[in-house]
Design a protein around this ligand. Sequence first.
Ligand SMILES: N[C@@H](CCC(=O)N[C@@H](CS)C(=O)NCC(=O)O)C(=O)O
Length: 300
Amino acid sequence: MVVWRANISAHLVGHGLKWLWRKTKPMAVIVVITVGVVHAYNYRKKQVRRKKWNSAEKDLVILHTIPRGRYCPNLSPFVVKLETYLRMADIKYEIDCEEPMGPKGKLPWITLNGKEMADSQLIMEELGVKYGKDFSSNLTKEQNAVSRAFLIMVDEHLYWCNCMWRWVYDRDYNVSHLTVWNTLLPFHWVYRPLVARLIHLQAWMQGVARHSQEEVVDIGRRDLEAISCFLGDKPFLMGEVPSEVDCAVFGMLSQFEWNSRGSPYLKMLDMEFQNLHKYCQRMKVRFWPDWNQCLNPPRT
Ligand SMILES: N[C@@H](CCC(=O)N[C@@H](CS)C(=O)NCC(=O)O)C(=O)O
């Protein structure tokens, strides 16, 4: 995605510059110099940030993400997932919002002892080995297989149902109010429509956007039903003890529970799948005792 997006941008810029050069050469030179200076400035800033992160305290995880949310600590299920794991594993971390997009063009990502790592799942697996915090090691092979299936379902399937609701179907545009968007131009009028188009395109390529809204909501409902059914009366997905799969499931459900006002999914948690609603509250109490302080603005 990053590579083809960069290729398309380079292609468009190249064409634009050729056109400008043909029209007015001095203006083309000014544009090239200005873009060069801005790039050099950004590069320098990036280097300074890296220097700061690389000299952070040993074994301190620096979690790069977008700023805190109004109703849920983060708008990204993957950030809530990773943060919940860091809390579960008692790993010290700090949040950084200066550079949310990581080496693979997505968030979250982390810096640890000067090393950059991307992808919530890969990070959790690597930290699990490094800190000896593998919460699934006591599970049977069969339980691990089920965990894996649920993990993929929420991260790669249910995620897109949430994206479609948040960015495409929701005509109250709640996404504009879920956090304080630090942008130069008004987020709601400028960036939101652009991001919505990009996400719709991604969801189209993934496949889910090819269905009708009704079908997508039903697909999401079936995923929630599967989690609800498997959870039953257990406190956590795999029984009495929480494990990594709870981080992923809670990360995703947190978006429905706190960040999807007016959505059919929130209604489902309230009416049909009340054990998922209780599960969210349980995970919050257990791993996020400071939840209210993690909101932006913090609540007392
Ligand atoms: N598999 C990745 C998924 C991360 C992801 O998709 N993050 C979204 C935000 S919730 C993102 O960065 N999207 C930007 C993009 O795709 O360009 C993970 O687990 O970290």
